[in-house]
Design a protein around this ligand. Structure first.
Ligand code: ASP
Length: 373
């Protein structure tokens, strides 16, 4: 495979989507010591009241936040507004981390996770491991509105969606299938799946080794969209939607569809959501934690950093740590409060988040615990 082959293209696309390489503004950061002696940075600003309506999202949410604010301005309910925003990304085959065109599970089947929360009524619901329906956020909203349940998964979620007239379609695009195939062909030199080669190639073993090395050097693709909104009246809602961890074990559920993990909203406080390694967030329920920290008076950015620090401190398994004992993965948190203040933080630097408070959406740097080498 050449430098411009699908894996390189995917990497670049993911890097752009995830905002990798964005600069951190040191003037807005304060160094802080932690009990473990690690250096932590935090923002010291962003406490002033912000304009509303306001929407924030993960870095792939420039269009989503724009649409959410337009809808809130037009008087639409906050939940409908943020869902309309993320529908753009769910329907976009170019975003290989969400909805249609998302990267599949290890069997090559796309399985989607999503949840929604509506602040004014303090209700929420999720769907997980949902196949064939490209807008799991709308199915989650329907679970909230048309059942007494909070979470539907797998076959049950699909049957429920069918009953409500959601159209089934094949969500696996050719681009996503090719990425899956490349991953599968480079998992092991001992199985029967071979990397692409021509009739002239005599040394498939060497080819395999080269491709497997490159595969190992690439981070496992992840991605999601989380979008939060607060309107002029101080009503808050949020949504998270994803195809989850690429090439996951079928049935694996991440943090995105779980209330308290991938999303939490409290109309008395604000909202928080996440992207990144779902397994870490599922064990810390960080969105709930962030909202509770904001309830105690934390600014959104500080609350997000608190959650990052909690995850760093709770990560004990060697295989998940780098040589310096820091998490060898990333998580990103986004939060806003009723007053229109917002912030975001990641374990590792170089990430951005989307903000719209009227006019054009823009990307801001997230605060972080550790500078990426
Ligand atoms: N949090 C998602 C999951 O674990 C993936 C991601 O955001 O990258 O399913």
């Amino acid at each position: 495979m050449t430098q411009n082959g699908p894996s390189r293209r995917l990497f670049l696309k993911l890097a752009a989507l995830l905002g990798a390489g964005a600069a951190v503004r040191p003037d807005t950061l304060l160094a802080r010591g932690t009990p473990s002696g690690r250096t932590v940075n935090t923002f010291n600003g962003l406490r002033a009241e912000g304009p509303r309506p306001l929407s924030i999202a993960s870095a792939n949410g420039l269009g989503a936040t724009q649409r959410a604010v337009e809808r809130m301005r037009a008087g639409e309910d906050t939940l409908n507004a943020v869902i309309a925003g993320v529908n753009i990304v769910e329907n976009d085959p170019e975003d290989m981390t969400v909805g249609y065109g998302g990267l599949p599970n290890e069997d090559g089947i796309v399985e989607l996770d999503s949840c929604v929360m509506h602040g004014p009524t303090m209700r929420g619901a999720g769907v997980a491991a949902l196949r064939n329906i490209k807008n799991p956020s709308l199915v989650a909203k329907t679970v909230m509105e048309r059942t007494d349940h909070v979470l539907l998964v797998g076959e049950g979620a699909l049957r429920f969606a069918r009953a409500h007239g959601f159209r089934e379609e094949n969500l696996l695009t050719d681009a996503a299938r090719e990425e899956w195939l490349r991953w599968k062909e480079n998992l092991s030199a001992k199985d029967d799946w071979l990397p692409p080669h021509t009739s002239e190639d005599r040394d498939i073993g060497a080819l395999h080794e080269f491709e497997m090395q490159r595969e190992a050097e690439m981070e496992r693709p992840t991605g999601t969209i989380n979008c939060l909104g607060v309107n002029e009246a101080g009503e808050v809602s949020g949504v998270t939607t994803t195809s989850g961890l690429a090439f996951k074990i079928p049935g694996r559920v991440g943090d995105s569809p779980i209330l308290g993990a991938g999303l939490y909203v409290d109309n008395a406080v604000g909202a928080a959501g996440s992207t990144g390694r779902g397994e870490a967030n599922l064990q810390s329920l960080a969105s709930f934690l962030i909202v509770e920290r904001m309830r105690q008076g934390d600014a959104p950015t500080d609350a997000c950093l608190f959650a990052c620090r909690r995850i760093a401190e709770q990560t004990k398994m060697k295989r998940l740590l780098d040589e310096q004992g820091r998490p060898a993965f990333n998580v990103n948190f986004y939060a806003l409060n009723l007053r229109g203040e917002h912030g975001a933080a990641s374990i590792w630097s170089g990430r951005t988040y989307a903000v719209n408070d009227g006019g054009e959406s823009r990307l801001l740097d997230t605060a972080y615990l550790y500078e990426r080498p």
